[in-house]
Design a protein around this ligand. Structure first.
Ligand SMILES: Cc1ncc(C[n+]2csc(CCOP(=O)(O)OP(=O)(O)O)c2C)c(N)n1
Length: 560
């Protein structure tokens, strides 16, 4: 009955799938066995489907290949949902297989049966339903075509997750042994959009009418080619470039990375002096709330967004033009022509505010003896070479964004689950990521995010290249630092959610090496056989006080 499955899994292999995460269950046995017996796809078994799906996401992120996920029928499939949503917004190709009962058994009070059709709604690129059986040749042709279509869709044009629901009739364990059969592969060629000559000339003409040009980069992977282009643009123009730690442009010395620190402190007049004529954006979301607020309040005359495929967001409520090319193509296209040089004084103002903020942040941190902000500064100064840095929501990514990475650390690549900004899968994502790379992977996380996702360690695989830095202030300090919740009398119980756990016993339970925050960081980041956790326990009050002093210090720097 399931004789087509080895061919479908071979198809997955031929289409670039090298890793699969399998979650145990009986209905999924045909898929599980077919993946496991394929021989060339590395399979890992993870019991908690929520963790499993985030691990697959981390693996696909690190390996730049689609990763297959398999689970049984029923609520198991729902537990993939948080990671599927995150993958959708991060454009990560996950091939999600959920086993199911055949249609006639849905809603018949049969066990472990829910309505799995379109389960992930609009958070997958497409839902596919495999045939119930593969007896007729047309069913086999259909199944082959669906899997081809699904993987092609997931891996091209704005990558993302796809859902393949696979109904199986019993018996479930009669898989044919894999035979080296021929399998039809439908290739999809990759195309890169280029601007037409006319459009390029129009853009270059339009660019000449703008003096104050601001480029803002959202979350994106490190891209050496793009960085090169931006360096060349910077040499020829006074265009300003700004963004976050997640823009992965920290290697650019002229990149304004401290906008969150200074834009909140400036007077209206100072902000007006930074208002762009033209805003050019690319990448995903940005963390810096003050940058978002500034751009919404002081809009550019025009906002161009560079995005090769997919729907563009109007984050700053001023979008006037969508340019369907990769950012690096856009800038290389423009460089062929003479660029408008732009307003030098405008660029100098940005640069002055940036350098004031940078100095103020580091002077402040250099004076601190301890606390979580200080630890993050120390960790970021000691990151191992070529490290992949994962930042959990919410203060971890914000602290790290304030600290920033030195221009000399282009070797560090930064990741965060900012697609849906959940606290539910950062550790699992970092774990999966660590399996798919030999690079050291460092995760900085808060305690709620960490304990929420403790099943990231509940598996039988070594993760020697994973280092977790746990900022344990026994609750969600973000709610103590932002105005709304912090002012409510019920803040502690309803928002901060104080909790007493620490990671010592967890480390023992999961056989991880535990360090407290007094550890020597270079030694902590050194080679080991198992993952390590470094924990800083601190009080909300003490760390809140430090962050308030930090804000006060910034205010004084800008004379507000
Ligand atoms: C799945 C999920 N549930 C709830 C939230 C809302 N939320 C955002 S930050 C946060 C607290 C995080 O606390 P912790 O991990 O300790 O980090 P800290 O705020 O201390 O940096 C919560 C509950 C979320 N983002 N994701």
């Amino acid at each position: 009955m399931n004789s087509i499955l080895p061919q479908l899994i071979e198809l997955c292999y031929r289409k670039g799938i090298r890793e699969a995460v399998l979650c145990p269950g009986s209905r999924s046995a045909p898929l599980t066995l077919a993946f496991a017996r394929h021989g060339k796809i590395r399979c890992r078994t993870i019991s908690d489907e929520r963790s499993a799906a985030f691990m697959a996401l981390g693996m696909a992120q690190a390996g730049k290949h689609p990763v297959a996920l398999v689970c049984t029928s029923g609520s198991a499939a729902y537990n993939f949902a948080p990671a599927v949503a995150e993958a959708y917004f991060q454009h990560i190709p996950l091939i999600v297989f959920t086993a199911d009962r055949p249609a006639e058994w849905i809603d018949q009070l049969d066990g472990q049966t829910i309505r799995q059709g379109e389960l992930y709604g609009k958070h997958v690129k497409k839902y596919f339903e495999l045939p119930h059986d593969y007896v007729h040749p047309d069913s086999r042709w259909h199944a082959n075509r669906l899997v081809n279509d699904a993987i092609n869709l997931a891996t091209t044009n704005n990558k993302g997750p796809v859902h393949i629901n696979a109904p199986f009739r019993e018996p479930l364990y009669n898989i044919d042994p894999p035979t080296p059969t021929s399998v039809r592969v439908i290739e999809k060629s990759v195309s890169h959009s280029e601007l037409t000559e006319d459009t390029r000339n129009d853009l270059i003409g339009d660019l000449r009418s703008f003096k104050r040009i601001l480029i803002v980069a959202g979350q994106q992977d490190h891209d050496a080619g793009l960085m090169n282009m931006l360096r060349q643009v910077h040499e020829k123009t006074n265009w300003v470039m700004a963004g976050d730690i997640l823009s992965n442009l920290h290697g650019l010395s002229f990149f304004c990375r401290s906008t969150d620190a200074f834009l909140g402190q400036l007077s209206t007049q100072q902000k007006e002096s930074l208002q762009p004529d033209l805003l050019i954006t690319f990448g995903q979301s940005i963390i810096a709330k003050n940058l978002k607020l500034f751009l919404r309040a002081f809009p550019a005359k025009q906002h161009w967004h560079l995005q090769a495929q997919g729907q563009s967001a109007d984050t700053f409520q001023q979008l006037t033009r969508i340019i369907p090319v990769e950012a690096s193509n856009f800038f290389s296209g423009l460089l062929l022509q003479t660029l408008s040089v732009g307003d030098k004084a405008y660029a100098e103002r940005w640069s002055k505010f940036e350098s004031l903020a940078h100095t103020a942040i580091h002077r402040f941190l250099d004076q601190q003896q301890d606390g979580e902000f200080k630890l993050i500064q120390k960790v970021m100064a000691n990151l191992p070479k070529g490290c992949h840095l994962h930042l959990a929501n919410s203060m971890s990514v914000r602290y790290a964004n304030h600290v920033g990475l030195s221009t000399k650390r282009e070797d560090v690549m930064v990741y965060a689950n900012r697609g849906a900004s959940g606290i539910d899968g950062s550790t699992s994502t970092a774990t999966g990521h660590a399996w798919a790379t030999t690079a050291p992977v460092v995760l900085i996380t808060g305690d709620l995010a960490f304990f929420y996702d403790r099943n990231a360690f509940w598996h039988n695989y070594k993760t020697p290249n994973l280092r977790v830095v746990l900022i344990n202030n026994h609750g969600g300090i973000i709610f103590n630092l932002i105005d709304g919740p912090a002012r409510q009398p019920e803040a502690s119980a309803l928002f901060i959610t104080e909790q007493k756990l620490n990671a010592r016993s967890l480390a023992r339970e999961f056989d991880l090496e535990y360090y407290d925050a007094s550890a020597d960081l270079p030694a902590y980041f050194g080679i080991s056989e198992q993952a390590r956790i470094l924990e800083l326990e601190g009080s909300q009050e003490a760390n809140k006080k430090i962050f308030e002093e930090f804000r006060h210090n910034l205010k004084q720097t800008y004379g507000a």
